[in-house]
Write a protein that binds this ligand. Structure first.
Ligand SMILES: Nc1ncnc2c1ncn2[C@@H]1O[C@H](COP(=O)(O)OP(=O)(O)OP(=O)(O)O)[C@@H](O)[C@H]1O
Ligand SMILES: [Mg+2]
Length: 376
């Protein structure tokens, strides 16, 4: 184990004020967001400088893993089954993948008198999910997002979703440092978010992560640690590990940058099948497990093609706070049961590895909160 794993150094960024300066400072505390987020104990963003390295799969695994464990000390989530209450918010607006990874493709967000009801993965409602993927008519629909529209969507996700009392809110982000990150961090200012970084062992991913680290420093976003994903391939027959893209670069980067190395996840073909399995929905529907909503059931929707918006270009800037929740009533669900995805995940080869990563993240997030409370 490296010294980066054990030395109780301050969480990088925890001494700096949480929030972002300059460009997006016109945003700020929103009463609706405050009402929702004061009920969330820990907010964790999953970041990486590069696309396709596993942010969404790490977000999904972290949410599943946390929601399978007891709530943190001092929890106010009133969990009835002894497991933590977790939310996962997918702010990858142009490439949402969380619904698919959790076997929730085709589910709908429901409108209630107190805001949007997220989709739940389980009957006990321990894991709540919100993604723009639930708002599209078809998963193949595209939406052309201008910066202000992205901003408005993220504001709605944070302020209009009935998250309830959560122990953890995990936020899956797009690659790099873009409008989505800036908007999210601005709205989360004051709610003490922290970040987990994901890299693969390739030099290009490590270099891109350095840029993301620079972003976290500039914005005062504390980094809980770094995960090296797709770190070698373990042959299921002979157990020999092939370092397809090298190995250890993530740990070296973490050590060099003074952040905790959280662990490495090997390439697991079983995980790909699990997370990319589109047949899941059909299986669930066939089993008749999907529940029907009984109360007000208008489903928020975004029109698939925002061609008009694309043409409007810069003139559209004044629409900064526009409401993107055009509603088209259809009678469907707010709660889904996808026990098979979750159960299959618990049985996967990666699950025990991720449990140990989750333990470290929990330690770091508690340490960060303690540092915040310590007298300066
Ligand atoms: N450890 C792993 N072993 C095998 N496959 C993996 C592993 N981690 C992720 N994958 C697969 O790699 C692909 C990319 O992962 P994922 O979508 O999580 O990356 P991402 O960083 O979120 O991508 P994007 O930048 O496009 O949002 C997915 O098909 C996922 O199932
Ligand atoms: Mg992703």
């Amino acid at each position: 184990m490296s010294s980066a794993n054990t030395t109780p150094t301050p969480i990088p960024g925890s001494a700096a004020p949480s929030g972002i300066t300059a460009s997006a400072s016109h945003l700020g505390a929103d009463p609706k967001i405050t009402r929702r987020l004061t009920r969330v104990k820990h907010i964790i963003l999953v970041l990486s400088g590069k696309g396709g390295v596993g942010k969404s799969s790490v977000s999904a695994q972290l949410a599943l893993s946390l929601s399978s464990q007891p709530p943190p000390e001092g929890s106010t989530s009133n969990s009835t089954n002894g497991k933590a209450k977790v939310g996962i918010l997918d702010i990858d607006l142009t490439g949402p993948s969380i619904p698919r990874m959790l076997g929730l493709d085709g589910e709908n967000v429901r409108q209630s008198s107190d805001g949007w009801v997220p989709v739940f993965t389980d009957a006990q409602q321990n894991l709540a999910v919100m993604s723009v993927g639930f708002l599209l008519r078809s998963k193949n629909d595209s939406v052309v997002w201008r910066g202000p529209k992205k901003n408005a969507m993220i504001k709605q996700f944070l302020g209009d979703v009935r998250w309830g009392d959560l122990d953890y809110l995990i936020i899956d982000t797009p690659p790099g440092t873009s409008d989505e990150h800036i908007s999210a961090l601005e709205y989360l200012n004051g709610f003490h978010p922290s970040a987990v970084m994901v890299t693969t062992p390739q030099a290009v991913s490590l270099a891109d992560n350095l840029r993301s680290l620079d972003f976290t420093r500039k914005t005062g976003l504390p980094v809980l640690g770094l995960i090296e994903n797709m770190s070698g391939y373990m042959c299921p027959h002979c157990q020999e590990c092939t370092n397809v893209w090298g190995k250890g670069g993530g740990e070296a980067l973490a050590q060099r940058e003074g952040i905790r190395f959280l662990g490495r996840i090997p390439i697991d073909p079983g995980l790909v099948r699990l997370l990319d399995d589109a047949r899941e929905e059909a299986v669930r529907k066939e089993a008749g497990e999907v529940t029907k909503a009984s109360d007000d059931s208008s489903n928020p929707r975004i029109e698939g093609e925002d061609q008009e918006g694309a043409k409007e270009g810069r003139a559209a800037k004044k629409e900064e706070e526009e409401d993107v929740s055009a509603t088209i009533p259809t009678a469907t669900t707010g709660t889904a049961l996808s026990r098979t995805t979750v159960q299959r995940y618990f049985d996967s080869q990666t699950f025990p590895i991720f449990q140990s990563i989750t333990e470290k993240i929990k330690e770091e997030v508690e340490r960060f909160k303690q540092q915040l409370q310590a007298p300066r």
